[in-house]
Design a protein around this ligand. Structure first.
Ligand code: C2O
Ligand code: CU
Ligand code: CU
Length: 534
């Protein structure tokens, strides 16, 4: 029997948690709003000014004695702070350096990074009391396992951990977020997320930089009457807020020049997927996916974008008139819960500010971007194995699983149990099937970039024709993915990026280049321990 998500929402206990004096109205899923703010306190679209997250400066730079490569050293401090999200009320958040989104880290390929993450959070979460032990994942980086934010490799309040990032991959939009075991959803929702940009010479030449290279971190939230974040994941089905935030501001307005802009769009929602489109009917020009530049730009009238996916999009504002307002809208997708204004994301107001026409990217949509991308150049013939995975809800336990396995099973095995044992540098096809008609699952595979070969036997969607690390496995969909496992040996996670699903408990792991009883020098639980932050 297929139980649609809506039925589950209606049947399941709609228990509210924490500041959540909030729950979805019974019997009515498509509602006007879910926040408990008075109408005077409730934000309205297009009142707030757009902001860019600040860039993080390194504390110092150095050289890695092992290979002579430059290293940037950064520090971010996880802490509780008050944020200005709503027009008047303040909102308690947990943020990297106390802000949401966290500061952007920006560097060049070939420069390594060591990021010290200091956990200065309170001992427990102010809403539901879970212990605020965190694990920081740099999503999009082929990091060693002990620096990959392995869910159970947690750092407790009062400790720090140094994360080493290799930055050898092609230019891309990465993001860092909390991955603490079983509480990733609440921690990320509370604010522990930020972008990380890796540049390379080709990308610097082809695409807008600086002021015209703009992070758009889209999320959704619901608020209690006092301005605090509400949390209701509908019995672990998902959280759908009625307020859309971009870079932490509700439906902001950005002033733009008459030129081409590059937006690094990250869906940072813990559950909601969006389908973005412009109010003018003009195309969004996809130039990058999770793993970097696409071979050829793709023009789309709209596209679906799940949690954790990154799409780099050009918008061409040249032909618009001074004073014209262009809205970025959300057409939504099945199995999201929509409210009055969740169909809007942000707006752009066109100015008559002088455009620097000596910048070659001001009016250029490159014909080609990364035609030789290694991942996209792979062919299915190279694959030595096909593995099949089924994402589903277990009918008996009601837990989210991958082939009935979950992270609980990994913990119970002493972190040994794996869903796949892969040879180093093996090329494989992974087929992921979602039989359900009532749920979509954005599936993320750590370590690798993959090429989407097909969806339900057909070509991937136009926006997916670049290297990816998250794939939208929609209702009744089967996707086939091609990837090469390396360059590191060790254990890495695979999970749904609807974070309440991940936490309950749709996450497993695979092991690369090692047998179960081999000595693992990169054991994520022991190889790099947190240290007391004296
Ligand atoms: Cu963005 Cu395993 O996560
Ligand atoms: Cu990841
Ligand atoms: Cu899921």
């Amino acid at each position: 029997m297929t139980v649609s998500r809506r039925n589950v929402l209606l049947l399941g206990g709609l228990g509210a948690v924490g500041a959540g004096v909030l729950s979805l109205p019974r019997g009515e899923v498509e509602a006007k709003s879910v926040s408990r703010l008075s109408s005077a306190e409730m934000p309205k679209p297009f009142q707030a000014a757009f902001v860019k997250p600040p860039e993080l400066a390194p504390d110092r730079t150095g050289v890695d004695p092992a290979d002579g490569k430059p290293v940037n050293y950064y520090t971010v401090t996880e802490k509780a702070e008050m944020a200005s999200i709503l027009p008047r009320l303040k909102t308690p958040i947990l943020g990297y350096n106390g802000i949401f989104p966290g500061p952007t880290i920006s560097l060049d390929q070939g420069t390594k990074a060591v990021v010290r993450v200091r956990n200065k959070l309170p001992a427990t979460h102010p809403n539901d009391g879970h212990v605020l032990a965190t694990s920081t994942h740099l999503h999009g980086s082929a990091s060693l396992p002990q620096f990959d934010g392995y869910a159970s490799d947690v750092t407790h309040p009062g400790f720090f951990k140094d994360y080493h990032y290799p930055n050898f991959q092609p230019a891309r939009t990465l993001w860092y977020h909390d991955h603490g075991v079983h509480f990733t959803a609440q921690n990320a929702y509370s604010g522990l997320a930020g972008q990380y940009h890796m540049h390379d010479p080709m990308e610097r030449q082809l695409l807008p930089q600086g002021d015209f290279d703009v992070p758009l971190i889209i999320s959704d939230a619901m608020f209690a009457a006092n301005g605090a974040l509400g949390y209701d994941d509908n019995t672990h089905s998902g959280l759908w807020g009625d307020v859309i935030l971009v870079n932490g501001k509700p439906w902001p307005v950005m002033k733009v020049q008459k030129r081409i802009y590059r937006f690094r769009v990250l869906n940072c929602s813990i559950s909601r997927s969006v389908r973005l489109t412009l109010s003018t009917g003009d195309p969004l020009i996809i130039v990058g996916t999770d793993g970097g530049l696409v071979p050829t730009p793709q023009r789309v009238a709209n596209y679906r974008h799940a949690g954790a996916e990154r799409y780099e999009v050009l918008i061409d504002f040249r032909k618009y008139k001074t004073g014209q307002r262009i809205e970025l809208r959300n057409l939504s997708n099945p199995n999201n819960v929509d409210y009055d204004f969740t169909n809007k994301v942000m707006a752009f107001d066109v100015t008559d500010d002088a455009v620097n026409t000596s910048d070659p990217t001001w009016n250029t949509v490159p014909a080609q971007l990364a035609p030789a991308n290694e991942v996209m150049a792979m062919t299915e013939k190279q694959a030595t194995k096909v593995r099949k995975f089924r994402v589903k809800r277990n009918d008996v336990t009601n837990m989210w699983t991958i082939d009935d396995d979950s992270w609980q099973d990994v913990i119970a095995s002493g972190y040994k149990k794996v869903a796949a044992e892969v040879d180093l540098d093996a090329v494989e096809v992974w087929e992921i099937e979602n039989k359900s008609g009532g749920w979509f699952h954005p599936v993320h595979i750590h370590l690798v970039d993959f090429k989407i070969l097909s969806r339900n036997g057909r070509a991937p969607l136009p926006q997916e024709l670049g290297p990816k690390d998250v794939v939208y496995v929609g209702e009744g969909e089967t996707v086939r993915l091609l990837m090469k496992f390396g360059p590191h040996r060790g254990r890495y996670m695979v999970h749904c990026h609807n974070l309440p699903h991940e936490d309950h408990d749709m996450m497993v792991q695979f092991r690369v280049g090692l047998k179960e009883d081999d000595n693992d020098p990169n054991d994520p639980m022991t190889a790099a321990l947190p240290q007391w932050d004296g």
